[in-house]
Design a binder for this molecule. Structure first.
Ligand code: SHN
Ligand code: NAI
Length: 148
């Protein structure tokens, strides 16, 4: 497992999300109000359309779309496009997360929650995101009422 857990400082980073469905919407919410966000997609779900403070660009992904960004999240439902985004990002030194393949990610998104002065995050190294989510929920319940 060639992974190292880190806490990424995203302050001032320019973030691109490719894809406009529910998975993109969830990942946008993690960043919303904290960084500059652009979303490129062939179409956008209602939840994304209703978000304030993000730039929406209706188009199919193209390699030049990455220019000027620090971080990209590939969240289309087309694995080939997401893999292409990963390859382009590697070429351009853009940090990349890919919603359809752990193999083509620089970083994975853990299941996480804020707790008091902490953040608690759980990863299955991409092997079982649903179980990571379930474990997160159990830890959350366990911590309720605990004095840390
Ligand atoms: C590798 C990774 C890349 C990344 O996205 O960063 C990835 C990849 C994939 N996820 C898939 C499926 C699902 N993912 C979720 C949920 C979450 N997935 C998240 C992270 C990650 N998912 C990264 C690894 C995390 C780790 O290390 O464990 C969470 C934790 C964080 C977040 O992204 O928000 C978030 C919980 C948020 C929360 O609530 O806390 C659910 C359940 C649900 O949506 O409720 C399902 C349906 C599962 C089912 O139903 O069985 C598929 C198959 C798609 C398909 O087959 O179509 C792939 C692709 C593949 O596995 O190759
Ligand atoms: N990582 C994760 O947490 C999870 C990942 N998934 C996977 O993530 C993928 C996306 O899921 P949803 O958001 O539910 O899909 P969706 O079908 O709702 O949305 C896909 C979006 O990608 C856009 N798109 C497709 N090709 C494009 C291109 N070439 N250029 C620009 N935009 C393009 C579409 O217009 C659409 O807006 C699915 O393949 C699913 O299997 C699903 C659940 C959780």
């Amino acid at each position: 497992m060639d992974y190292l857990p880190v806490i990424l400082n995203i302050k001032g980073k320019k973030c691109l999300i490719v894809g406009g469905g529910k998975v993109a919407a969830r990942k946008i919410k993690y960043l919303l109000g904290r960084v500059e966000i652009t979303v490129i997609s062939k179409d956008f779900c209602r939840e994304i359309k209703d978000m304030n403070g993000i730039k929406l660009v209706r188009k199919a992904y193209d390699s030049s779309d990455l220019d000027g960004f620090d971080i990209v999240i590939a969240a289309t439902n087309d694995e080939r496009t997401n893999k292409q985004i990963f390859l382009d990002a590697q070429n351009k030194n853009v940090l990349v997360n890919n919603a359809t393949s752990k193999e083509y990610c620089d970083f994975l998104m853990p299941a996480f929650f804020n707790y008091k002065d902490f953040i608690v995050a759980v990863s299955s190294f991409g092997n079982s995101p649903k179980r990571a989510k379930n474990l997160k929920e159990k830890i959350k319940k366990y911590l309720e009422g605990l004095d840390v």
